[in-house]
Structures are given as C-alpha cells and as structure tokens.
Design a protein around this ligand. Structure first.
Ligand code: BEZ
Length: 252
C-alpha cells in the first residue's frame, strides 16, 4: 500500500492479518472487466496477490507500491512491480486501465494522484478503484482517538486515512476531465481473521507509533475493550468498513 510515514508493511504480517483485502476484491475486479492483453497498472499493488490474479487472466500487469518489502513480495510472484509513490506516478499514456484496491485512502494528495492516473492512461482508458469511503472504520478510529486523547495526544492529527464521500471524489475526478460511469458508497462490515488488536497493529500504526513502545499493548487493550460491545460477536471481530467503488474514463 501507499502510506503515511509511520506505517510499515511486512509481507508476512500482511498475509496473516490482511489477506481478506485481496480476497474480497471480486466486485471491483468485475467493475474493471479486464480483457486479455490489456496493459493495466495496479496502483498500490501491495504483495501482488491480486495483481497476479489479473495477470493470470491474460492482462499485462505493472504494479507500483511505496513499500519496498511489498514490491519484493510481488516480484516473487513474477509481477513487474516497482517501488513508486502514488503521488509521483511516472507513466505517460501507456495503460488501458489503472486499477486500485484498498490503497487510495492512504494517499493524502488526492488531486495529485488523480492527475498522475490521468497521465498514465491512454485516451479512452479507464480508472477503476475501490477504497475506504466516508465513514469507513469510524468506530475503530473514534475509539483510537478517545484512547489517545486520554494520553494527551491528538489522534485526528495522526490520522493517515482519507475516506471521501462519493460527491467529493467524483468532483475531483470530473475536475481532471474524467467521465464518471459508476460510483457508490457500500457499507461492508468485514469479519477479521483475528482480533481488532491485530488489525490495529497491521493498519493503524500511525496512531500507535507516538505512544511509547512499552505502553502500546495497554492502548490496544483499551481500544479493544471499548469496541468489543460494538464489533465483536459469536462469529468473531468485525471491522466497520465502508467501500467507495467507482469507474471513470479518460475522455478521448
Ligand atoms: C480499507 O481498506 O478500507 C482500510 C484499510 C486500512 C485502514 C482503514 C480502512
């Protein structure tokens, strides 16, 4: 993923705690409707597991990610993966599609990202993506912010995520000249493979990093206790995900 500075991605931890991210990508892949021999950029390819699935459909895939460790894992799957910041895409009119799953919400300079995607696409090319949308993980984020406030820290200032409304993101796409074909905000409570503490350690490092290492377990325990009545049931722990999914075309 492309990320804020105190967020690190370890491919093994990611495979253990975050495999559901690529496993749940079927709807956005369907929206992409990839065809064999199309050249497609996977923006924020992570460990390349989903990129490899698209390659197996016959697409010519290039993956970019700002995490060198994730790029190395993607290369291990045979992907042409490159370490590149999503805010500094270096492509010019060479892709039939730019695809992104669960990565755009890590990129703060949204208009710069959209402009880079525009440049990377051939005229008529499509930008198809799913990201966290407005309200995503709100319960988790609020519990974190409350726990940090009790420690005198401003959690909102540590927030690395951008979860836009449909209107916000579509206005930005339109301002760059994209023609919007589809956009929707989709609540998708997601059953986690482990507990919410493991989710926090994987995805919420920016909130946790400013707390002294010896006090982090206590912080996580406190957040877990606050969330248990809302996000834990007989099936296990849930994250209150909301997806923003869209498909837009670069006008010819
Ligand atoms: C998401 O994919 O929606 C997401 C990922 C990390 C943190 C929050 C949300």
């Amino acid at each position: 993923m492309l990320m804020a500075s105190s967020q690190n991605w370890d491919p093994q931890t990611y495979a253990r705690n975050a495999r559901f991210v690529s496993d749940l990508a079927a709807p956005v892949v369907e929206l992409l409707a990839p065809r064999p021999r199309e050249r497609i950029l996977d923006l924020g390819c992570g460990d390349g597991v989903l990129t490899a699935k698209l390659a197996a459909l016959g697409c010519e895939m290039v993956g970019v990610d700002s995490s060198a460790a994730q790029v190395e894992a993607a290369r291990g799957l045979g992907i042409d993966a490159r370490v590149m910041d999503g805010e500094r895409l270096e492509f010019d009119a060479e892709f039939d599609a730019v695809f992104s799953n669960a990565a755009l919400h890590w990129m703060r300079r949204r208009d710069v990202v959209i402009a880079g995607v525009w440049r990377a696409l051939r005229p008529g090319g499509r930008f198809v993506a799913e990201m966290g949308g407005f309200g995503c993980v709100a319960k988790i984020k609020n519990a974190l912010i409350d726990a940090l406030r009790r420690r005198g820290l401003d959690g909102e200032a540590l927030n690395p995520w951008y979860f836009p409304t449909v209107a916000d993101y579509c206005a930005r796409l339109g301002a760059r000249g994209f023609f919007l074909e589809y956009a929707a905000l989709i609540p998708r409570p997601t059953l986690l493979p482990g507990d919410v503490g493991q989710w926090l350690s994987t995805f919420a490092q920016s909130f946790i990093a400013p707390v002294q290492a010896c006090a982090r377990a206590e912080l996580i325990g406190e957040v877990e206790a606050a969330l248990r009545p809302h996000l834990c049931d007989a099936k296990g722990w849930w994250a209150d995900y909301v997806r923003l999914r869209f498909r837009a075309t670069k006008r010819r």
